[in-house]
Design a protein around this ligand. Sequence first.
Ligand SMILES: Nc1ncnc2c1ncn2[C@@H]1O[C@H](COP(=O)(O)OP(=O)(O)OP(=O)(O)O)[C@@H](O)[C@H]1O
Length: 247
Amino acid sequence: MDPTFIRTVTLLREQVPDFNRYPFNLPVVRELDGLELHPRVTFFAGENGSGKSTLLEAIATAAGFNPEGGTRSFNFSTRSSESELHRFLRLIRGYRRPRTGFFLRAESYFNVGTVLEQMPDILQDAYGGVSPHEQSHGESFLMLVRNRFWANGLYILDEPEAALSPQHQLTLLRHIDDLARRKSSQLLIATHSPILLAYPDSRIYWLSKQGLAPIAYEDTEHYRLTRDFLLHRERYLRELMANHDED
Ligand SMILES: Nc1ncnc2c1ncn2[C@@H]1O[C@H](COP(=O)(O)OP(=O)(O)OP(=O)(O)O)[C@@H](O)[C@H]1O
């Protein structure tokens, strides 16, 4: 069965009040037109500030999640700085409805942990009863994925690699594969990680000043630069240090 929960994301262009202000002035928003999501895993990659978080937060909010993260039953608010973009998106949905899901954003993970502490049932399910604040950021995140990311879910993850060592990014890849292939889930992931981006059964969108476009893994700057740096580390370091001395 086609696992897709969200097929396409479209901007309600005619309703946008002003393309000259945030978030509508971002190239990724201006150029958004029938963004087709992969049935299993869609990645969003690009430079800092290219609009990945803005886009992901708006899709998550339009899909019914709290903009600060958590499951769809989370309704806490510690800030109200989400953009209004979600009100101008139309999500074209697939035939199935997700049974569960999670919106995880690295920057508000701490607050999600605090809310979970106050929900003993979920805490028991998700973390084996141990507060996320009593574990390292990376440990508690992997525990959450292992215990609370169930089958038939919609998972929207903003820089999930933030707390993870390279070894644990590989562990996360295994969980992504398990969720996507065996557990009929759909994942949307913004990432800078060349390890996560390597997941083969996926589509990568590259965000730039031109908007967003599909890109092959080997053509991403993250792959090319990381590979080149590791192969020619000494030359890179020499050049970086030399330029630094000139500053
Ligand atoms: N509330 C806001 N008001 C105005 N501009 C904003 C606001 N939030 C973000 N921006 C700007 O929008 C742009 C995109 O930000 P966003 O956080 O979506 O980028 P990103 O691709 O997720 O970056 P990173 O990789 O650093 O996480 C940035 O230039 C940022 O300064």
